[in-house]
Design a protein around this ligand. Structure first.
Ligand code: M6R
Length: 607
């Protein structure tokens, strides 16, 4: 959460920082601000609310002019969104932007108050500026190293020292930060999309490393002043991938990118019906040693893990537990060295998922990360990485990252089934062939937009919507419900269809919308019985089923059909797509800010 950026180079930095902040806004949009070196001073402009407020203020009020500056877009943690709590924060010689949470900020505040410092904001970040100022004598590295040792929690910091014009200093701990190497200047940023318009070359800053960024040089040094050699990476996607390309919102662009994203995820791993995951440190022998699997993740990624549980248990007969990362890390989980812990994360930076990974590693349990963002913390720290190759996902509501996570889990389940011999060669070949056809089937589903828009128009004014399903359809109910509520603000719940009678059915009254997902042949009749139970109590039912299902017209008011699959275990990848579109259309019809829903941020780097 929060996005930080910095630029030093030949161009005027104000427009450049604004453009980068626009691309980082998905990380938080409670306020935005920038600090710019101007001759012998550092000018700060910051405003509560969306970036447009900052732009308005720069257009109507003072607009700094300079070639070196840092910028910030905030997701508020400590202190309400306000001008004063916005970043950058300044203290004496030091100006900073911060992403993360300083856990011991109250102790530091007390310590600095005793030294005579006065505090103006409610933020934890202000303490960092003041502590750096207190520690700064004449050597920035000494001050940063000393400060870093005193801070607890997480931080990515962009720092300007007034007496070091046109130099940006950066450091990070448990929050992401990259350094970009451009032709006409250099950058720091929370992630690659912020700078991709200017350069595809970047360097990952590691913990306990300090970057010194000038217009014509980038240096990395440790806390003792020793130089560190770093590898320059090249982003394998371009500026168009990080832009809307004619779509009105990132979310609908990303929904439509799913066929291509899934193809990218599959094609290096399945060739002519043969599966080769190419996972580092994971030999067949190692694979065969796992007795139990724990999937740990948050939000949508956790929902993908729930589908993974069904798939792995069905295809490979290995027991799988799925845990919410924030629960897993504090429950003293029962995990053994014979287990495999799979962490799923789009960003690879989610604080709770990262902590769960570290906990598993501390207990010497093998960790596999299913991650989208290359070089992210989770990807780097896991024993083995399965990159999903979905490309940048900008919309806060996750769509293509989810479907590639499920695709990855299918391939993993097939591998485990091959090794445990629960799948024959023919079965593996058939599954692999069918998986390769998934992108085409999703393209076909995406063409059904008119019907889905009609369903959204019918249900857009609902106050509550219930989703029900059994088996993997229950997992899809959970994800569809999350998608709908997070962007449309319609209250929504998901239930295992058989569970309704145990309480929830009392909420069903005349016209209560119930979306029933019934794609699995063996459970179809059971789910339809539950549909009839709600129908007879007045519910307005939208049924999602396959095109081979017989639909009783008394059991539904609206129907969405998806193509059938030979192996029905693959159907979650089809059923989620129309429900993502349904959530999207509903939110647009209600006039919601689809890509930036209130109170949310894309990457949750605080616990
Ligand atoms: O980056 P991650 O996959 O670790 O993020 C996990 C969740 O924060 C994320 O999936 C969240 O639930 C989505 N924004 C929901 O659409």
């Amino acid at each position: 959460m929060c996005g930080i950026v910095g630029y030093v180079g030949k161009s005027d930095c104000v427009d450049l920082l604004l453009d980068s902040l626009r691309r980082l806004e998905y990380r938080g949009y409670d306020s935005a601000g920038m600090a710019v070196f101007e001759s012998d001073t550092i000018s700060i402009v910051k405003k509560r609310g969306r970036l447009n407020n900052l732009i308005k203020s720069l257009n109507e009020g003072y607009r700094p002019c300079g070639h070196c500056g840092i910028g910030h877009t905030r997701w508020a943690t400590h202190g309400e969104p306000s001008d004063i709590n916005s970043h950058p924060h300044n203290s004496g010689n030091v100006t900073i932007v911060h992403n993360g949470i300083i856990e011991n900020y109250l102790q530091i505040k007390k310590y600095l108050k005793n030294k005579g410092y006065r505090f103006e904001t409610e933020t934890d970040s202000e303490t960092v500026a003041k502590l750096l100022d207190y520690n700064y004598k004449d050597n920035p590295i000494d001050a940063i190293a000393k400060t870093a040792k005193q801070l607890e929690g997480s931080y990515a910091l962009g720092i300007l020292f007034l007496d070091r014009p046109n130099e940006i200093y950066a450091i990070r701990k448990n929050s992401p930060l990259i350094v970009g190497k451009g032709k006409d200047g250099n950058f720091i940023a929370s992630d690659v999309p912020a700078i991709i318009k200017h350069t595809r070359e970047y360097i990952l800053l590691d913990q306990n490393e300090i970057a010194i960024v000038k217009d014509n040089s980038i240096k990395f040094i440790d806390f003792y002043g020793k130089n560190i050699e770093k590898e320059i990476l090249t982003a394998n996607w371009n500026v168009e991938s990080a832009e809307k390309n004619g779509f009105p919102h990132f979310m609908i662009k990303e929904i439509n990118e799913q066929p291509e994203a899934i193809r990218r995820c599959i094609s290096p791993r399945i060739k002519q019906g043969n599966l080769d995951l190419g996972l580092s440190n994971l030999s067949d022998e190692k694979f065969s040693s796992f007795e139990k699997i724990h999937i740990v993740a948050c939000g949508t990624a956790m929902h993908a893990g729930m589908v993974g549980k069904y798939v792995i248990e069905k295809l490979a007969r290995i027991p799988v537990d799925v845990d919410i990362a924030s629960e897993f890390r504090y429950k003293n989980p029962i995990i053994s060295t014979k287990d495999l812990v799979i962490i799923i994360s789009q960003s690879g930076e989610t604080a709770d998922s990262l902590a769960a990974l570290r906990l598993a590693k501390e207990r010497s349990v093998f960790t596999l990360a299913i991650v989208n963002v290359v070089g992210s913390s989770i990807a780097r720290e896991a024993d083995s990485v399965f990159y999903t190759w979905a490309g940048p996902e900008i919309s806060v509501a996750s769509t293509k990252a989810y479907t590639v996570q499920i695709t990855s889990l299918y391939m993993l389940a097939i591998k485990l089934g091959e090794i445990s011999k629960t799948l024959s060669n023919d079965e593996i070949c058939e599954l692999c062939n069918e998986i390769q056809d998934i992108p085409n089937k999703i393209k076909y589903i995406l063409k059904n937009d008119d019907n889905i828009l009609q369903c959204a128009k019918t249900l857009q004014n609902s106050h509550d919507i219930f989703f029900i399903g059994r088996g993997v359809d229950y997992c899809i109910s959970l994800e569809s419900s999350l998608k709908l509520k997070e962007i449309s603000y319609i209250h929504s719940e998901a239930y295992a269809a058989g569970e309704l009678k145990h309480g929830t059915i009392s909420l069903i009254e005349n016209n209560t919308p119930v979306i029933a997902i019934a794609t699995q042949t063996d459970l179809y009749a059971k789910t339809i019985s539950n549909v009839k139970e709600v129908k007879s109590r007045g519910a307005n039912v939208l049924l999602l089923c396959t095109d081979k299902s017989e639909v009783d017209s008394n059991a539904s008011d609206l129907v969405i059909r998806i193509p059938n699959a030979n192996n029905e275990i693959l159907l979650p990848l089809y059923s989620i797509v129309p429900l993502q579109m349904f959530a999207y259309h509903t939110a647009v019809l209600k006039g919601c800010d689809v890509d930036k829903p209130r109170n949310l941020a894309k990457s949750v780097t605080v616990e």
